[in-house]
Design a protein around this ligand. Structure first.
Ligand SMILES: [Zn+2]
Length: 309
């Protein structure tokens, strides 16, 4: 009996010693690990390394500064300088040295450093009054604006649709014009993507692609798809002669008061990418229309000089 007890006691002692050794080892590893990490965090970098990093940073700042300098520090004078476009501004300036720096920034912000239809992106601001659709900003095949409504046939050919706000503003404008003895009839307004496909193909067949591109939007690139654009005439002359009518003069004076702008003005062909169209108006809302009218700019320039999120 005594022998068995002794043996049991021996095993217990053995286990206890193994347990102590394991605990000791674990403690050792834990302490060692934490001190290594602590040392790694707290040990300062060698002076040489710090100096090199500082030098690199200084060089970067200096290079950046010399780039801003090439643009006469226009970045500090305007709030629509876009850092992400810096290299494009510099490149555009090289081939357009006569333009002032502000113009360089505006042109590049519009996208004019690329040929039309190149580097095009899907339009932002869907279903907003200020949406921009042009040769750099397109709508997808399935984009149909919200709240399309039919314009009263008193002021439009039958079946013409516009987005609610634009439709109401147009009817109010046409009504007020009528009171003063002027006739406005909408002959084209919202056009779907597929409608534009047919229209564009017809124009290409008739005049060739190059010519068609100057007066017709490619499918997805026509702002008629926004439901905010309208072509008008006076009910008598062909719409292409709208610029010669008294109605046109009335529109020149009054359209902006209702939130409309002449979208493709004379002398702004480069910015808009379209030849002058006296009949094509665009609803942008009263506030933006007023700013565009007063500053004699296009919707492209408005977007290029505002940071609209
Ligand atoms: Zn039009």
């Amino acid at each position: 009996m005594a022998k068995v007890k002794k043996k049991k006691l021996k095993i217990k002692w053995k286990n206890f010693i193994i347990f102590i050794i394991i605990v000791f080892l674990l403690c050792f590893l834990l302490i060692k690990g934490t001190t290594t990490i602590y040392k790694f965090i707290t040990t300062p970098k060698p002076e040489k390394e710090i100096k090199e990093e500082k030098k690199k940073e200084e060089k970067k700042d200096k290079d950046l500064d010399s780039e801003y300098k090439k643009l006469d520090y226009i970045n500090k004078q305007i709030d629509y300088f876009r850092e992400e476009n810096l290299q494009r501004y510099l490149k555009y300036k090289e081939s357009n040295s006569k333009l002032d720096n502000k113009q360089i920034v505006i042109d590049v912000n519009i996208g004019l450093d690329y040929p039309y239809y190149e580097n095009a992106k899907e339009s932002k601001h869907l279903n907003k009054d200020y949406i921009l659709v042009n040769k750099y900003n397109y709508l997808t095949k399935d984009y149909v604006p919200n709240n399309l409504e039919t314009i009263s046939t008193t002021y439009a050919r039958s079946g013409m649709k516009l987005v609610k706000d634009a439709k109401e503003a147009y009817e109010e404008m046409a009504k007020d014009a009528k009171k003063e003895g002027y006739t406005l009839i909408a002959m084209s307004s919202y056009r779907s993507y597929t409608y534009q496909v047919d229209l564009y193909n017809r124009y290409v067949k008739k005049d060739g692609k190059k010519a068609a591109d100057t007066y017709s939007g490619r499918p997805g690139y026509s702002e008629h798809q926004t439901g905010l654009a309208i072509d008008v005439y006076n009910g008598a002359y062909d719409y292409t002669n709208f610029g010669k009518t008294k109605e046109f003069l009335w529109m020149q004076k009054n359209a902006h008061k209702y939130g409309f702008i002449l979208r493709f003005p004379e002398g702004k062909e480069k910015e808009t990418g379209y030849q002058y169209e006296s009949w094509h108006y665009r609803y942008v809302g009263k506030k933006i229309a007023k700013e565009i009218y007063e500053n004699d700019i296009t919707l492209e320039e408005y977007h290029a000089t505002h940071n609209i999120k």
